[in-house]
Write a protein that binds this ligand. Structure first.
Ligand code: GLN
Length: 331
């Protein structure tokens, strides 16, 4: 276990960071604005802010709104892709969806035309194909398999799909529908479009807390085994594919800037969640609904940037920069 004084120090840093990032003023880069454009129900929750960490040895930290549940939205793409890999193996999945960052927004209608496939599974087009690859006899069974998988990743056997969020998405989903029809006409997607959309959106509607999100990250940091339960959630052979694709494509069209500034493999969703994965070290779960123009949580990005800077968490930083537990105490 992490030593008690180190644990306390990290907890105090989390508290101080959560406080300092609560005022959004001064967080945005010049010219950026806070947009909470989607999903509309998150607008009313814009003040919520939770921050949690789970170490691979099971030590946990949490501060702020860590009891509230929010839908995974795009963070689910990581786990849908993981199950597609498990169901079909890497080669078959690569035939259907690539591993190249597209540099385009999450809902863009662009494809790798040379290979007739979406660029990567972290944007909607690629996630719809990944959902298409999840096995099951019915849409409900496929959604249930994704839910079961997320229960392993979070360590919460009671995890649920938020039925209201799913319903709302199913009725306001023209763009994903259009994208699906186009992909089916191009031979990228097969079978029933509505069923497939149901599976994809059911995964987006799985409701987690910030600590659960950090446990999901910690499971990926811990070689695919949930450090809280000891259960394997992801076969070892797919770990590096999932985490490397996530780290290149997880922050949409801000992925390059994120990799450079923050340097923590991460995936965000439009409900304001960000899951961070520090391989062999710990997982982060941040939740705050105000979004920047890329669809990433404004406070989430700010808090991760500051955590990375203070603790020297950038995965490509010189090891001497790592100051985990050795950062001076906040005033
Ligand atoms: N459910 C959302 C959609 O498909 C997820 C998008 C996101 O989080 N970026 O549009």
């Amino acid at each position: 276990m992490v030593a008690q004084d180190e644990q306390d120090l990290v907890q105090r840093q989390f508290e101080e960071l959560q406080r300092s990032c609560t005022a959004t003023a001064g967080i945005l880069l010049p010219g950026e604005e806070v947009v909470s454009y989607y999903p509309p129900e998150m607008e009313a929750r814009a003040g919520e802010f939770g921050l949690a960490g789970t170490n691979v040895d099971g030590t946990r930290w949490q501060v702020g709104d860590c009891d509230v549940r929010f839908p995974l939205h795009s963070i689910s793409k990581v786990f849908t892709y993981a199950l597609a890999l498990e169901d079909h193996g890497l080669d078959a999945v690569l035939d259907r969806v690539g591993v190249e960052p597209s540099g385009d927004p999450f809902n863009s209608i662009t494809f790798d035309e040379a290979r007739n496939r979406p660029f990567n599974p972290m944007i909607n087009a690629g996630a719809l194909v990944a959902a298409n690859l999840v096995r099951g006899g019915s849409k409900e069974e496929r959604a249930q398999r994704l839910l079961e998988r997320d229960r392993l990743f979070t360590g919460n056997p009671g995890l649920q799909i938020d039925a209201r969020v799913l319903e709302e998405q199913l009725v306001a989903n023209d763009r994903n529908l259009g994208l699906s029809y186009l992909m089916r006409s191009l031979g990228m997607l097969h079978g029933d479009i509505d069923d497939n959309l149901y599976v994809y959106l059911a995964a987006c509607s799985i409701a987690v807390t910030a600590p659960e999100l950090s446990a999901m990250g910690a499971t990926l940091a811990n070689g695919g085994v949930n450090p809280l339960t000891g259960e394997r959630a992801l076969p070892r052979e797919h770990l590096r594919t999932v985490v490397s694709v996530m780290s290149m494509c997880g922050m949409y069209d801000a992925a390059g800037e994120w990799a450079h500034d923050v340097g923590i493999p991460a995936k965000s969703g439009v409900s304001g969640g960000i899951m961070g994965v520090l391989p062999r070290w710990f997982g982060l779960g941040v939740y705050s609904p105000g979004l920047d123009r890329h669809g990433n949580s404004v406070r989430g990005v700010a808090v991760c940037r500051e955590l990375s800077r203070r603790f020297g968490l950038h995965v490509f930083a010189d090891p001497s920069e790592s100051r985990f537990g050795r950062v001076a105490q906040p005033e």
